[in-house]
Structure formats: structure tokens, C-alpha cells
Write a protein that binds this ligand. Structure first.
Ligand SMILES: [Zn+2]
Length: 331
């Protein structure tokens, strides 16, 4: 396929996050794209780009955003700047756009995982179509590819917790359960999904939000409606705060946590930012790659998902199977 997937080591000899992908561009130059990883020290050879799929911290934009070689969607750059209070130094691209990186045209496709979350797509010198998805909620915009580099957050088919559907009815009932309702949702990702869901089901009143959630939602959502701070409401209101702040709100409020977990004190609403196990398989079938490399998250789910794909006749490996090592200053 003309693609070399590499893991990188840092100076302590441990692996850097995720991977780098080397290939020849259409005009024959050797190119390397680092994917959702931290920066390589300046004295070492740099990749041609640090691709950042989205602004969740386990995709390491906090480090990569400080390189002029970083590339992400414009909304991811905004989210990184707000979350980490530092300037994004790289280049940005539209959610459905393209950007030139040393002679390679890299296209972007939304994955519906968070505001700004995109998959990156490019072709190499022998026409191999490479698609790096990051985390995925909605694969409908993704193009067909030959090499799929993807996630398996819920990729363990044998684990019942990897099979779920969004509980939109439960969310609607929760909203109707009391004049004062609070939803526990992480400030980046879940909180914006909560605002969008509330607007979709017809709640057009103000939504009171914790400060960081409010700033992120106002900057990242195209039509958030009226969002206010927590100090700015008096009576009937819908609130969105991080789960650990629910206890600070008045006792009279009905409270719910938007999570797949069951270990919160408050009732949980299954609203996920991810595909479940069957959804991941459907995504692979849809983009129809010759080979899948599962690169995220840590733990054993990438291996389990790759094995499952093999069992249904689809070639797949996980990051642990990648034994090419790049960028080790000791080599
Ligand atoms: Zn994520």
C-alpha cells in the first residue's frame, strides 16, 4: 500500500501517544504525518504535520497545538485555545475542507464526535486512500478508503457495555420531569451535545451553564440560542454543569448525568459521543478498507476490535502490532 505506520519513542524510551504515518506524496517526496500525538523535540526530525482530530485531551492537541506544523479544524483550534489558555500555532482547515501539506492534499470530513472533530483523508504516490478518523459518532460523511486508521472506544463486542443506543426518550422525559432541571455534562463535547439536543427537542428558553461550558458552547455552536451564566437565572431554568458540580445546585432541581456509566449518585442518561461496537463495524463496512489499523484508545479494546474485524473477514491490526519505531534519538 506504500504506507509505513510507525510508533515514536520519547527520550525516556517509552512510546509517544498514537502513531506516525509515512508515505510518498504524489510527487515522490517521503512525508510523515504524526497522528494525535505529542510534539517531537525541536532537535529531532519533525513530521510534515501534526494532525489533531479533535480537542479531547487524550488526543494530545495540548502539546501539538504549540507546533507550527499542527493541522486541525478551525473549531478544534478554538476549543484547544479555550481549554488550555494558550495560542494555537498551527494551521486550520474547514470541517469539510482541504489543506496542502508539502504537496499532499489532505481533506477533512466531520465525524460528529465533538465540535471540530474531523477525519483526515489523503492519497499517496501509488493511489492508496488513507483515512484517519479519530473518535467517531456519525460516520455518514466519511469517504471510502484503502487504509482505515480508527478508534475502538467501544470496540469490544463481548462486553455488554459496548452495546448501546442513545436514550433520547429518557433525555426528553428528564427535561419534562421538573421546571428546574440540571444535566451533568463535561464542559467540552457533552455540554455542546446537550445544548444541541435541547434545541432539537424544542427547548427554546435560556440555558444556564457553568463558565467554561458557556464559553465553549457560545464559540463552537452555530446556533446555541440564549445561553447564560449560572448566576444569571432566578427560577425555572435548564442548567448544564460538569457532573461534579451538580451537588452545588439547589436541592429542588431534578438532576441527571449524561454518561454511559452507572456509578454516579444521580440518574444517568445514556447519551454517547461515540459509536457502539456494532456502529464501529458498520463504519468499517461503509468505508470498506483493505486494511484497518486501530490506534485508539489505550488498553485492550483496539486489539479486541481488530480481532473481531479479522473474525468477520476484514484485515485489521492494532497499534500494539506496529513494530516500526521512528524518531528515537537513541537509534
Ligand atoms: Zn474524543
Amino acid at each position: 500500500m506504500g504506507v509505513l505506520a510507525c510508533r515514536q519513542k520519547n527520550s525516556r524510551g517509552t512510546f509517544k501517544p498514537h502513531l506516525a504515518v509515512s508515505f510518498r506524496s504524489e510527487d515522490g517526496k517521503v512525508c510523515t504525518f504524526s497522528v494525535d500525538s505529542t510534539r517531537v523535540p525541536k532537535k529531532q526530525p519533525q513530521p510534515d504535520a501534526y494532525l489533531i482530530t479533535h480537542a479531547h485531551s487524550d488526543h494530545h492537541g495540548k502539546s501539538a497545538m504549540l507546533s507550527e506544523l499542527s493541522v486541525c479544524a478551525d473549531k478544534t483550534a478554538v476549543a484547544l485555545e479555550i481549554r488550555h489558555d494558550r495560542k494555537f500555532k498551527g494551521r486550520t482547515v474547514d470541517m469539510c475542507g482541504s489543506i496542502e501539506v508539502n504537496g499532499t492534499t489532505v481533506r477533512t470530513y466531520p465525524t460528529g464526535h465533538t465540535a471540530g472533530a474531523v477525519a483526515f483523508y489523503w492519497e499517496n504516490d501509488v493511489g492508496t486512500r488513507i483515512l484517519v478518523t479519530g473518535d467517531v459518532k456519525d460516520p455518514s460523511a466519511l469517504p471510502k478508503c484503502d487504509l482505515l486508521i480508527t478508534e475502538a472506544n467501544y470496540g469490544d463486542h463481548d462486553d455488554p457495555s459496548c452495546h448501546f443506543e442513545d436514550d433520547l426518550e429518557g433525555f426528553r422525559s428528564a427535561l419534562d420531569s421538573s421546571p428546574q432541571v440540571a444535566f451533568g455534562a463535561y464542559a467540552f463535547g457533552k455540554a455542546q451535545r446537550a445544548v444541541e439536543l435541547l434545541r432539537e427537542i424544542g427547548h427554546d428558553g435560556p440555558i444556564a451553564m457553568e463558565e467554561k461550558s458557556l464559553i465553549l458552547s457560545n464559540r463552537l455552536l452555530d446556533e446555541p440560542g440564549e445561553l447564560v451564566g449560572l448566576g444569571e437565572f432566578d427560577e425555572d431554568v435548564v442548567c448544564i454543569v460538569p457532573p461534579w458540580d451538580l451537588g452545588k445546585l439547589p436541592r429542588s432541581m431534578a438532576k441527571y448525568v449524561m454518561t454511559g456509566r452507572q456509578d454516579y449518585y444521580y440518574p444517568s442518561l445514556q447519551i454517547s459521543d461515540h459509536l457502539d461496537a456494532n456502529g464501529l463495524v458498520d463504519m468499517v463496512e461503509k468505508v470498506d478498507p483493505e486494511m484497518t489499523l486501530v490506534y485508539h484508545p489505550g488498553g485492550d479494546r483496539p486489539g479486541k476490535f481488530a480481532s473481531y474485524l479479522n473474525s468477520i473477514g476484514r484485515g485489521a491490526v492494532c497499534l500494539e502490532d506496529v513494530d516500526n519505531i521512528l524518531g528515537n534519538e537513541n537509534l
